[in-house]
Design a protein around this ligand. Structure first.
Ligand code: 3PG
Ligand code: MG
Length: 407
């Protein structure tokens, strides 16, 4: 791969130079209080930022947060992120209240060597996500004016053809940051020649989001375990009723087809936790996957399924399966944010943590689940900061942000 790295840039010397860093500081916020509920993505860019400040660069950080619609929207302000970033860096972060306007210009020009500024949410500007090359380009020109060099450390956004990801690197000397390099290094071992057995666990709500990755993975994996909201469309495809559970009707046929072609590699739940309502205190029972009552909604995989999935991950002498040597996991097994429906995700996460396979956790939600459930991050081989990005990487797609660094 012909990508220049942060070390190449540091070797040139960055003291006194302005370095524009694209980070993915798109962290989850508490809906009531606006507080940051998981700062994993902020921590993940510290190595790159630390190396730059230590070398005396003027560091200008930019990021998106959420999906505002191209104009300022206070609920998506990066201001709380600036505060947390400053705490973690142990130095104040100068926050610009716009992205490329007067505040940004003043903030960047006042930066001293070794200091850090954070610009307001990139997506407060139409040009960031525009499909029109000229509109994106015009915004990229404004952003590029803040740097003498560009570092992409926003792995979670490399699959977006956005101005800050795709067009800015065409305008400045550009390198990959530490996080982007590490992510690509790890994910490329999964697409290259993973040690076998290679077991993939997929969850999350929508089959349609995961279809491409399932197609891409089926020939490669030894086992594909499916839980989460998406399992109900598969159960339906097997001919089971799923009550009021999540169902993508137009995907049932596709799922049936996948099951037929999967050579028995796909494992589905045999029991589920079915509730009266989508609520933390709803009445609920464990029911067989082929016996979900018509008025009930499946919100988690059941204990027998967890045991079966754990056996597939850890190996089981009973059915002669071997320990997985490589594991990729993306997507929660149930509504883990509600304690009553967190056991499936916890059980599968624990089985992954306990296995001695090289394990990769992909995605914002699964990574947040690991931390929210209090599991030790060190018992996983790698926790990716990218959800969509890691899936698209495994699909073998060209990622605009990576392609831009290669040029
Ligand atoms: C993510 O959270 O998946 C990344 O930050 C990308 O965000 P997006 O899906 O809104 O582009
Ligand atoms: Mg996403």
């Amino acid at each position: 791969m012909s990508i220049r790295t942060l070390d190449d840039l540091l070797a040139e010397g960055v003291s006194g130079r302005r370095v524009l860093v694209r980070a993915d500081l798109n962290v989850p916020l508490d809906k009531q209080t606006g507080a940051i509920t998981d700062d994993g993505r902020i921590r993940a860019v510290l190595p790159t930022l630390g190396a730059l400040t230590e070398a005396g660069a003027k560091v200008v950080v930019c990021s998106h947060l959420g999906r505002p619609k191209g104009s300022p929207d206070p609920q998506f302000s990066l201001s709380p992120v600036a505060g947390r970033l400053g705490e973690l860096l142990g130095a104040p972060v100068h926050f610009a209240t716009d992205t490329v306007g007067e505040s940004a210009q003043a903030t960047v020009s006042a930066l001293a060597d070794g200091e850090v500024a954070l610009l307001e949410n990139l997506r407060f500007n139409k040009g960031e996500t525009s499909k029109d090359d000229a509109e994106r380009g015009a915004f990229a020109d404004q952003l590029a004016a803040f740097g003498d060099a560009y570092v992409d450390d926003a792995f979670g956004a490399v699959h977006r053809k956005h101005a800050s990801v795709y067009d800015v690197p065409a305008r400045l000397p550009h390198v990959a940051g530490r996080l982007v390099l590490r992510e690509v290094e790890v994910l490329s071992t999964l697409t290259g020649n993973p040690e076998r057995p290679y077991v993939v666990v997929l969850g999350g709500s929508k089959v349609s989001d995961k279809l491409a990755v399932i197609e891409a993975l089926l020939p490669t994996v030894d086992r594909l375990l499916i839980g989460g909201g998406m399992c109900f469309t598969f159960l339906k495809a097997q001919g089971h009723e799923v009550g009021t559970s999540l169902l993508e009707k137009d995907m049932v046929e596709t799922c049936r087809n996948l099951l037929e072609r999967s050579e028995g590699k796909i494992m589905l739940p045999v029991d589920v936790v079915a509730a009266d309502a989508f609520a933390p205190d709803a009445a609920h029972d464990v029911v067989p996957a082929n016996g979900i009552p018509s008025h009930r909604v499946g919100l988690d995989i059941g204990p027998e399924t967890v045991a079966g999935f754990a056996a597939a991950l850890r190996g089981s002498s009973a059915d002669g399966t071997a320990n997985a040597r490589t594991i990729f996991w993306n997507g929660p097994m149930g509504v883990f944010e509600m304690a009553a429906f967190a056991n499936g995700t916890r059980g599968v996460a624990e089985a992954i943590a306990e296995s001695d396979a090289f394990s990769v956790v992909g995605g914002g939600d699964s990574a947040a689940a690991v931390r929210a459930l209090g599991l030790d991050e060190k018992s996983f081989g790698h926790i990716s900061t990218g959800g969509g990005a890691s899936l698209e990487y495994l699909e073998g797609k060209t990622l605009p942000g990576i392609a831009a660094l290669e040029n």
